[in-house]
Ligand binder design. Structure first.
Ligand SMILES: NC(=O)c1ccc[n+]([C@@H]2O[C@H](COP(=O)([O-])OP(=O)(O)OC[C@H]3O[C@@H](n4cnc5c(N)ncnc54)[C@H](O)[C@@H]3O)[C@@H](O)[C@H]2O)c1
Length: 404
């Protein structure tokens, strides 16, 4: 059965996911700073000083589009996952598909067999995505290429009059993030980052609790995306051109911050009343990636180029202060042999909530975590409309009820 697009947005009352940073001073290296660029902090500071807001996109509502005509760029793993879900939504037509690799376009198009979607197909060249952006009969472009390409594609798409939804993270540098802000303001096109962790059960529950004043003033947020991608990153046949490993081998700082930060930023009303002021980011040395690359290079010469690289440290810890005085601790580690862990903690003047996977916890302010029974009562009361509506759909989509 087709899912209704408009009713879902009305019922949820949640217009957008995580929005772009609006004024963050880079005090140290973080968010994918290129190691070979010592002037980075100065350049960001100059860009921020120069930016004059031409329009306020916060809360922007675009004119209604009766049938949303969609194009997707990047059809590796994530693109087809989105394609499967959105092709089942009513009033949506998939009108264009693009990937550098022709076989990926053919495979994705097969998913639409026996449907009335009928997309134009683009492939075979580095810049074919530009032709997709120029296609006249498109309203929305979903960008699911490697993240260091997201901003340039999204900017061009908006300039061609299209709304964009970009996989996480939306940009590779703070500079690019500002270019996205500027282009969205100039073109008045939506530029939404698809930060799916903002829609996980506990993250939506705590957002709803925060909006109802459960936590009082939010003093501090803890967040993390700590998960082992060692096997994936060293797999020659998983990510196109082993692009993830190349990013770890050429950058420093938290190169994947938004799964942890997105939900906390929503709860703290970042760019909707508060904003990031400054951050300090520190990381461990790399204990694992170079060693693994060297070990593999002894048996397989195609790993020799990776053995020469110096990798980002395993654990990156970033502390952020907001203008209104709250703090955030953000972690990212993609190498540990420990189980997948997403920390999501909200600490307020009246209450707190914490999930350090797998068990979520809530405190009503009496210095104790609630019992399981009491937790369930509170969770029943505050379960977000999105969770109620989409729990079943999320299960069916294959990404699991818990999303990640
Ligand atoms: N939100 C989430 O939970 C989540 C999960 C996984 C990945 N992601 C994000 O999704 C994005 C894609 O990740 P993935 O795992 O699908 O990677 P992938 O390597 O499987 O797919 C990327 C695709 O982009 C294509 N591509 C490369 N250059 C291109 C070009 N110039 N023009 C057109 N296509 C091009 C590649 O051929 C490949 O098919 C990344 O930014 C990643 O961070 C998000």
């Amino acid at each position: 059965m087709k899912k209704s697009r408009r009713n879902f947005i009305k019922q949820s009352g949640l217009a957008a996911g995580f929005t772009l940073a609006g004024g963050v001073a880079v005090k140290n290296y973080a968010f994918g700073n290129n190691i070979n660029d010592p002037e980075y902090s100065q350049r960001i500071s100059d860009i921020q000083k120069k930016h004059t807001q031409s329009f306020n996109m916060s809360g922007f509502v675009a004119p209604i589009i009766p049938i949303v005509r969609v194009g997707l760029i990047g059809l590796g793993q994530r693109g087809p996952a989105h394609l499967k879900v959105i092709s089942t939504i009513e009033d949506v037509k998939i009108r264009a598909l693009c990937d550098l690799r022709p076989e990926k376009v053919v495979e994705a198009n097969k998913l639409l067999k026996n449907s009335d979607h009928n997309p134009e197909l683009y492939s075979g060249g580095e810049d074919e995505w530009k032709k997709l952006c120029e296609q006249k009969d498109l309203d929305l472009i979903i960008v699911t290429t490697p993240w260091y390409m997201h901003a340039k594609i999204a900017i061009y798409a908006m300039q061609q009059g299209k709304h964009v939804a970009i996989e996480a993270p939306a940009a590779a540098t703070v500079e690019e993030a500002w270019q996205l802000v500027k282009t969205a303001e100039q073109t008045r096109k939506h530029c939404m980052m698809l930060e799916n962790t903002s829609y996980m059960d506990f993250q939506l529950l705590t957002l709803n609790m925060a909006r109802h004043g459960f936590f009082g003033e939010v003093v501090h947020g803890d967040c993390a995306y700590n998960t082992s991608k060692m096997n994936n990153n060293f797999n020659k046949n998983l990510y196109w051109n082993m692009w993830w490993l190349r990013q770890y081998g050429s950058r420093e700082g938290n190169i994947y911050p938004t799964h942890g930060l997105g939900p906390v930023a929503q709860i703290m009303n970042i760019n909707r009343g508060d904003r990031f002021d400054f951050l300090v980011s520190v990381e461990s040395k790399d204990f694992m990636m170079k060693a693994k690359a060297e070990e593999l290079a002894k048996k397989d010469s195609s790993f020799k180029e990776f053995a020469k690289m110096n990798y980002r440290g395993n654990m990156n810890v970033t502390i952020i202060k907001t203008v209104k005085g709250s703090t955030i601790m953000l972690q990212h580690d993609a190498t540990p042999p420990s189980p997948h862990s997403m920390i999501h903690g909200v600490y307020g003047t009246k209450g707190a909530a914490l999930m350090d996977s797998p068990e979520p916890r809530i405190s009503t302010g009496n210095h104790k975590w609630t019992s399981k029974n009491e937790f369930e009562k509170i969770a029943d009361k505050y379960t977000h409309e999105i969770t109620k509506k989409f729990r079943t759909t999320a299960k069916e989509s294959g990404h699991g009820e818990k999303i990640i």
